[in-house]
Design a binder for this molecule. Structure first.
Ligand SMILES: Nc1ncnc2c1ncn2[C@@H]1O[C@H](COP(=O)(O)OP(=O)(O)OP(=O)(O)O)[C@@H](O)[C@H]1O
Length: 620
């Protein structure tokens, strides 16, 4: 069975509606500088070189791998096993006891593939070993803030929570020995049915924090999509997980499939850029949890192939991104203008590492009597990431990058265990830097919104596997991606928004591992100086004197995309906006929920931030 969509395309017979990416022959990645050459010249990237990393990078390398399998993407069924509509999912028994669904959704002819297979984790060994990478000591004294009515107490172990045998087994298979701080708090809250707005640092385990309660809730209820009254060929999922990018949706799907293995809960992913027919057929086979990007979901809703009438759980990952000006209209359409049950009748879970107050205000429209949870210095970066800011003129950036890469190479850590992610501002810039790196002997690939989905998936796989240990990316790769062994994040071009910086550097230093983040700063980044200096200080980083001078000089607090100065950050970045005096001025109940609250967001024209079209277009 093909592991990814790009593989399934490569292996499929010719033709068959693959759209823009339907190449007749097996597609080999061609770097941009070779793409227009005759076939004989357009072959592989330059010969693989050993890229090595120094000092802190070795720390990362030595920690081992905690994430999903390399190259792990969703599997699509073959085109030949689609007959019969696939709707005949035999139901589990009724009642509300555990395990009342079949132990796996392999009803009828369909068999549930083992999502752990790619991990190379021998089943019998999963019992004792801790997830090899995570350093829980790093989280021991992490500050936690909760607000809202009747907040359920946190737990210290998974055993304290009644998640069900099958899910507990999968937690062991994942080698999660104890919950991370956000899981300790968020899972008990969600299990009581409360709405939740949760902020927690990058790489701290938010995916499981929203997946576990959803999966266990579906298992416990004994509900399943196939037992709901449904129109023919219309999928009626019980849970919807939305994320801003295709790759993140793919990743969440992979994770959710592991967590729901043999629970009877079926997870399906739908995202843009991949053939919709394959996704439709997956949906026809039955779906309990639908993971989707907003654009593709709207398409499915318009075709009346998905109904949201049975939604019991709505989760927005990267919720602040999902509700900012780029996505907000689509999200409102999905959540408020289709057939989804309103707040109070469904459970809504919003997660991110950053949550500007303006977005919190907006998000309150989607929530009912919710609990706000902030774990760690939210909106700040983890101290596990060593941040370096270097003053580099625009014209010197490439040679400076080359110096960095040569220094890494000189230091002898294997490339596969120390990947480098380089962020640039534009798609053209990504292509051009990738080309330049390749011709200079550094195997690189790129990911951005102008590449086909097949190319994007191929690039990510090639990076994860270490075949091309440098990935040049736009912000499309800034959020959520959990790529083991990313040892170094380089902000070749700094973003305009400090929250974007937080997410970008969060691709390293995940799950308790250490990481290095280097940024090239020059006068064009002056508006970021203050928030950058503040962020570094909060994270106990050494702030260069020249940056402090820049910060003192710059007076950009009132506008632009630097939201930190507008209440999104602060000493404890994830403060509940309901605690603001301005929120209560109108006599609103401080923790009354706010589902009927008019945020005034639109009237005021939104916060000054927003994303320029170049950035927005990098997203799905
Ligand atoms: N309880 C746990 N024990 C060990 N490892 C865990 C645990 N929970 C999550 N992880 C691992 O931690 C890593 C980071 O998790 P995840 O991707 O959910 O982070 P995140 O908080 O969503 O990050 P981001 O803000 O970047 O989206 C993953 O590799 C995951 O498998």
């Amino acid at each position: 069975m093909p592991a990814t969509w790009s593989e399934s395309v490569e292996k499929a017979p010719t033709g068959g509606g693959v759209g823009a990416t339907s190449h007749a022959s097996r597609s080999t990645y061609v770097p941009p500088h070779l793409r227009n050459r005759p076939p004989s010249a357009s072959a592989d990237p330059p010969p693989s070189a050993t890229v090595s990393y120094a000092g802190t990078l070795a720390g990362n390398e030595s920690q081992g791998q905690g994430g999903p399998a390399v190259g792990g993407f969703q599997s699509y069924g073959s085109r030949n096993d689609l007959s019969g509509g696939g709707l005949s999912r035999g139901g589990g028994g009724g009642g509300s006891a555990w395990n009342n669904r079949n132990g796996g959704w392999d009803r009828g002819r369909e068999r549930e593939a083992n999502p752990f297979q790619n991990d190379g984790v021998p089943e019998p060994e999963f019992a004792v070993q801790e997830n090899s990478g995570i350093n829980f000591d790093a989280y021991e004294d992490i500050p936690v803030e909760t607000s809202g009515k009747d907040v359920p107490p946190p737990v210290n172990t998974f055993a304290e929570i009644d998640l069900g045998d099958a899910l507990n087994m999968n937690i062991k298979r994942c080698k999660y020995v104890k919950p991370t701080p956000v899981q300790r708090h968020a899972i008990p809250i969600s299990l009581t049915g409360r709405d939740l707005m949760a902020c927690a640092q990058t790489g701290s385990g938010k995916t499981a924090a929203f997946c576990f309660p959803i999966i266990s809730g579906i298992m416990k209820s004994g509900q399943s999509a196939q037992r709901q009254p449904r129109k023919p060929r219309m999928a009626c999922p019980l849970a919807l997980i939305l994320s801003p990018t295709r790759e993140l949706s793919i990743q969440i799907h992979e994770e959710a499939r592991k967590f729901s293995y043999q629970t009877g809960v079926k997870v399906v992913v739908a995202y843009g850029g991949a053939p919709i027919n394959q996704q439709l057929r997956e949906l026809e086979r039955g779906v309990d949890i639908l993971v989707a990007t907003p654009g593709r979901l709207v398409d499915l809703l318009e075709r009346a192939r998905v109904s949201l009438q049975n939604i019991r759980y709505l989760a927005l990952d990267e919720a602040d991104r999902m509700l900012d000006m780029g996505f907000e209209p689509q999200i409102r359409r999905i959540v408020q203008q289709m057939d989804m049950p309103p707040p109070g009748e469904r459970q809504t879970l919003l997660f991110s590492a950053t949550f500007p107050k303006e977005i919190q205000r907006l998000a309150a429209d989607f929530l009912s009597n919710y609990i706000f949870l902030a774990v760690g210095r939210v909106g700040s970066s983890t101290e596990l990431i060593l941040q370096r800011i270097e003053y580099v003129l625009e014209t010197d950036k490439r040679s400076h990058l080359m110096d960095l890469l040569h220094a890494q190479r000189a230091n002898g850590v294997q490339a596969k265990q120390a990947l480098t992610l380089v962020f640039v501002e534009t798609k053209k810039g990504a292509d051009s830097l990738e080309h330049w790196l390749c011709i200079n002997g550094f195997p690189a690939t790129s990911i951005h919104g102008d590449r086909t989905q097949q190319e994007r998936e191929y690039a990510l796989r090639s990076f994860k596997s270490g075949k091309t240990p440098i990935l040049v990316a736009t912000d499309v790769a800034a959020r959520g991606l959990d790529i083991p062994h990313v040892a170094h994040v380089i902000n070749f071009d700094l973003p305009n928004d400090i929250d974007d910086y937080v997410h970008r550097i969060g691709r390293t230093g995940r799950a308790g591992k250490t990481g290095l983040a280097t940024a090239f700063f020059n006068d064009s980044n002056a508006s970021l100086a203050k928030s950058l200096a503040d962020l570094m200080q909060e994270s106990n980083q050494e702030v260069p004197a020249w940056l402090t001078r820049f910060a003192a000089r710059s007076n950009f607090g009132g506008g632009g995309r630097n939201r930190r100065g507008q209440g999104g950050g602060g000493r404890f970045g994830g403060r509940d906006f309901r605690k603001d005096s301005s929120y209560n001025r109108g006599g609103m109940d401080m923790y009354g929920g706010g589902s009927n609250m008019n945020s005034g967001y639109n009237q005021s024209g939104g916060y000054g931030g927003g994303y320029g079209s170049a950035v927005t277009s990098a997203w799905d």
